[in-house]
Design a protein around this ligand. Sequence first.
Ligand code: MG
Length: 372
Amino acid sequence: MRLDRIELQVIELPLIRPFRTSGGTTTARPVMLLKLDAGGVRGYGECVAPATPHYTGETAETARVVLERHLIPLALGGDFETARELGSTFDSVVRANPMARAALEMALWDVEAKIRDVPLAELLGGERKSVPVGVVLGMERDAGLLIERIGVALGAGYRGVKLKIGPGSDIPVLESVRRRFPDASLGVDANASYTSEDAEHLLSLDRFGLTMIEQPLPADDLLGLARLQERLETPVCLDESITSVDECRVALRLGSGRMVNIKPGRVGGHAAATRIHDLCEEAGVAVWCGGMLESGVGRAHALALASLSGFRAPADLSASGRYWSRDVVRPEFTLGPDGTIRVPDGPGIGVEVDEQFLSEIELDRKVFPARG
Ligand code: MG
């Protein structure tokens, strides 16, 4: 595959309602899309890096610099048999920066699947036709409002709910939620907002019968996470900690968690994500696929990945209409009556990208032609 052209487009997709986590509040999501043209097909990728460095350190701006100065020229200058090969080329010249790499790598997987005329899910080794999904709910100042939202989500058929928590916004919230929904499948995500000093406090969350406590401690405190998991009955789920295959190996060896949330956009792309899936399977660690407030492009990629057999727990991948008044893909993603979302079965990401709508909400665009 030789690329003819790469386009980088930044759009701003308004959220239906603000989304609050321990890292801040988001009202509209600037989304950086990559479009790769090769052999008459167009592949799409999405960079999941947020605006600020609160999550793993990468931001949309750092990712853009790495893409424009290093990764895009490399991709345009090469001839790759497979998307996997492009990823290996990145390994030798760019350290870290998995979100920047993933955006381009995943777009090339879409190109490859379209050239082979197979769904991306099939190319990745996925078998399932639909993926069970749950919702993530941001923090609310008003517990009544949160309870109402949980009721709506469960009523709509979502398989489970994940709540964002943080110091000062945990036990009272969980007490009122559990009183109202004693049997609901309920997990929490702390986004690395506690420290090892809070271990005793975190142990007290065991009594809420949670499916998991996601990333209670800072990403690089793998030892602290392992010590906490030893004492905690609830599975610790790793998110921010796992930014590469090697990081995952270390975490598995240490026992830093009994679950891993795999986001292809966070770990460097589909090749790394499938490898992490396999490693966790071998280690008996449960995996599920998480979302990053992606547009339909990122969602299509995540669903293709989540079709792999090891992703058993509900994915954090809601229907388009939960976040956006209008998504950038057709058809939009909708929730089936059984609490699942169908994995697209057309070639590549299997959904049509609405280029007209993209140009209407465009903030910036840059084209990189192939040299020579
Ligand atoms: Mg998380």
